[in-house]
Design a binder for this molecule. Structure first.
Ligand code: GLN
Ligand code: ZN
Length: 766
């Protein structure tokens, strides 16, 4: 019989039960026992749910209190010394690693966090040292296996594979694989214990296998030989996802494992090569249901792939599965009330995806594809193909007609720079990134509007008062380019998505971002257009209050795309261009409303980079073209800004330059030196504002620190082209920190201006 399998289930709970339990534990409102009880309830519920949906291959140890990579670090005892004072308190140590701890007795920062491959999930980066000694420091995988067994479910424990664990970490003098020999005994020990406990299969996740490995590839053979030799009776499923195996395939196919999971959603083209390379006695787990997106599958197409496998493999050597863990999708679609019936018929969340997996496994065994789910899938494919809600001929034509001319400003930058002198800005102009503190009053006002206890008129009156206050505050601080403060925005993507056609929102479609934090990404289901202006009223109002230029603030097309669930029936680049046209219209309206500076934020442009370097140029090319389509409709005098954060721009500086914004502001606080290095090597042609203070911390920087940074920046960037601004938006900060920090920033800019003037002034007469 063909096995219906799952690789991992969302842990946070359909109603974010884990989030609540964690936060009340952290607040001290509940104790550890209560937290662990909720965790156990969720695990049981999820195992039961998977079984009830017909899944025979149910995973365990996919649950975590915070992050599965942190669990792996904790399991192997990779605990940095700074947490040692927490001693034997396992839970306190774990959460201190995840979130830092600030108390009378101990003040330690958290470990670093970064994006999990090309998803919007973030993991805690393992920290190694060259002399690290590993040990089995946690029996969580065994405990949870036994817990499931006691509940009557024989699961397949999931571990992050040893090579990926090392490669995802930092430290160890840049040679993490040198630690492999010391790490493997811990893995063999946990595998033996799992085998003793009764496990027949263990899943080892090695997502690094879909990336460019180079020399690191050689680590896999010896590592898996060792594991196999230590527990020969235990079946190992090597799981790969988020892409194809590419040049790693032949090595992977020769590893002594009993099964291989491949992602056939992202890389369906690899199937033939995989079938050829993988010995016939190995299980092939076929990831044919998209674990990263929320669309109902085309079951006939998935069935077609599975038939090809079934023709050449014994039935007990084929598993059907989602492409990756379902961690990246919400739990249940069925209870959603905000999405209408037609839209819902196009979607599948976690539970519904498991139904699809079971239906496919059953169809492979019986050859019968007449089940209701197949019929529903066909209807969805047909209606998405034909629905006027999805297809807007005007939008499609506009994208086709978006010429290169529309993707270029009228004049090259040097001419624009001259035209923009009408703005009358001083040397080292000062500005902010857009948002000002989202105080509890601002959030309460929005909540009351939503609850109906505040009328729209009252809400808007309140926002205008906030804008006025913020404009006056910026004038008093002495900033040169002002902003309205973004008080009307809940979120920089949702705010625009809610006003655009082609977007839908769920009530409860939460996906874990990190720890207890979840996001509810918009769903882009159709051609995108802009029924009416989205931001002009607020910008116009703010500009009416002051003679200084007020920046219009927009979110760019790549970022809107990147932080949404994107339709899968056309290339992402086409959807991105549609969003770009909507933003272009908004830019035109802002300009017509008298706004002279417009910022189009693209904080997510770097994180859209494909996992394989060979695919970078194609992505960067369409991403830059979309941005330019959004930004290029204005007169030369209108100054276009963009903003980016999350560092590490060094390998994409030429694409940043190709975006051709007049001014770019960048986060630099976490990798300041490297960013400036990049600009020493590459001379950025337009103006640039490297963030001079770190908004991620409540700390008020000293003037001297900012002056020093500006001096350093001025060594690699022409001072005539330098802007002075914080790292990122100020929405998470409090006014008490923001005001003195910005006052210091303005003083720093004035000091630099005075220095330049002193140099320019003719010296004393001889
Ligand atoms: N304009 C946005 C803000 O200031 C930018 C946020 C971001 O970069 N993520 O909040
Ligand atoms: Zn930012």
């Amino acid at each position: 019989m063909t096995v219906a399998a799952n690789l991992g289930f969302p842990r946070i709970g359909a109603h974010r039960e884990l989030k609540r339990a964690l936060e009340s534990f952290w607040n001290g409102a509940t104790n550890a026992e209560a937290l662990l009880r909720t965790a156990r309830t969720l695990r049981q519920r999820h195992w039961e749910l998977q079984r009830s949906r017909g899944i025979a291959g149910v995973p365990s140890n996919d649950f975590t209190l915070y992050d599965h990579v942190l669990d792996a670090s904790a399991m192997v005892g990779a605990i940095p010394d700074r947490y040692a004072p927490l001693g034997d308190d396992v839970l306190a140590t774990y959460f201190a690693m995840a979130r830092g701890q600030q108390s009378a007795t101990l003040d330690v920062p958290a470990m670093e966090m970064t994006k999990w491959f090309d998803t919007n999930y973030h993991y805690i980066v393992p920290e190694f040292s060259a002399d690290m000694r590993f040990r089995l420091a946690s029996t969580k995988p065994v405990d949870e296996y036994l817990e499931a067994r006691a509940a009557g479910i024989d699961t397949r424990p999931v571990l992050l594979g040893p090579v990926s664990l090392l490669l995802l970490g930092k430290g160890a003098a840049g040679a993490p694989l040198a630690l492999l020999d010391r790490l493997l005994p811990v893995y063999t020990e946990v595998l033996s214990r799992l085998a003793q406990a009764g496990a027949t299969w263990v899943q080892l996740d090695e997502p690094m296998l879909v990336t460019d490995l180079g020399e690191a590839r050689r680590a896999y053979g010896p590592a898996y030989e060792t594991l196999h030799a230590a527990v020969p009776g235990l079946n190992l499923l090597l799981a790969t996802y988020f892409g194809g195996l590419g040049d790693n395939l032949s090595m992977v196919a020769s590893l002594p494992v009993h099964g291989l999971h491949v992602d056939l959603v992202r890389a369906p083209g690899q199937l033939d090569q995989v079938l050829r390379a993988l010995p016939a006695d190995r299980v092939l787990s076929a990831g044919v249901i998209d674990g990263k997106n929320i669309w109902r599958a085309d079951l006939d197409a998935a069935y077609g792939l599975l038939r090809r496998i079934a023709q050449v493999r014994a039935p007990d050597r084929l598993w059907v599965a989602p492409s990756c863990s379902l961690l990246h999708v919400p739990v249940h679609l069925a209870p959603e009330a905000r999405l209408d019936a037609e839209l819902k018929s196009w979607l599948a969340f976690g539970a519904e995806k498991l139904d699809e997996v079971s239906a496919l496994a059953h169809a492979v065994d019986t050859g019968d594809t007449s089940a209701p789910l197949f019929e529903e899938s066909r209807r969805a494919v047909r209606s998405r193909r034909e629905s006027p809600r999805v297809h807007d001929a005007v939008v499609a034509r506009r994208v086709l007609e978006a010429t290169d001319v529309m993707r270029s400003r009228r004049s090259p930058y040097p001419a624009r720079r001259v035209a923009q002198r009408v703005l009358g800005l001083p040397l080292f102009p000062t500005t902010t990134i857009g948002s000002f503190p989202q105080t509890s009053q601002v959030r309460a006002a929005r909540a009351e509007l939503k609850a109906g206890t505040r009328t729209r008129v009252q809400y808007e009156t309140y926002l205008r008062a906030e804008i006025t206050r913020t404009i006056r505050a910026q004038e008093a601080i002495g900033l040169d380019v002002l902003v309205h403060g973004e008080f009307e925005r809940n979120d920089m993507v949702e705010y625009f998505g809610e006003q655009l056609s082609g977007f839908a929102f769920s009530d409860n479609g939460w996906v874990q971002s990190y720890g207890s934090r979840c996001v509810k990404p918009p769903i882009i289901f159709g051609d995108v257009s802009r029924p009416k202006a989205m931001t002009t009223e607020w910008s116009r109002y703010a500009q009416s209050l002051t003679a200084r230029p007020v920046k219009g603030m927009l979110t760019g097309p790549v970022t809107i795309l990147q932080w949404s669930f994107v339709r899968d029936d056309q290339p992402r680049s086409a959807t991105c261009d549609q969003i770009a046209l909507a933003i272009r219209d908004e830019v035109a309206d802002l300009e017509a409303a008298g706004i002279r500076i417009i910022q189009i934020d693209e904080p997510a442009i770097r994180e859209g980079l494909p996992l394989r370097r060979a695919e970078w140029p194609a992505y960067l090319s369409w991403a830059v073209r979309s941005f330019r389509l959004a930004a290029s409709g204005v007169r030369d005098e209108t100054q276009i800004h963009t903003h980016m954060c999350y560092s590490e721009f060094n390998d994409i500086v030429d694409s940043v330059a190709a975006m051709d914004a007049d001014v770019v502001s960048m986060e630099t606080s976490r990798s300041r030196m490297e960013l400036l290095d990049a600009f020493a090597r590459f001379s950025y042609p337009n103006e640039i504002g490297p963030g001079v203070y770190d908004i991620h911390s409540p700390r008020v920087p000293h003037d001297d620190e900012m002056v020093d940074l500006l001096h350093r920046a001025a060594r690699v960037i022409d001072p005539e082209y330098l802007w002075v601004n914080p790292d990122c938006g100020l929405k998470t900060r409090r006014w008490e920190e923001v005001t003195p920090s910005l006052e210091g920033m303005v003083r720093a800019a004035r000091r630099l201006r005075a220095e330049v003037e002193a140099q320019r002034a003719p010296g004393p007469r001889a």
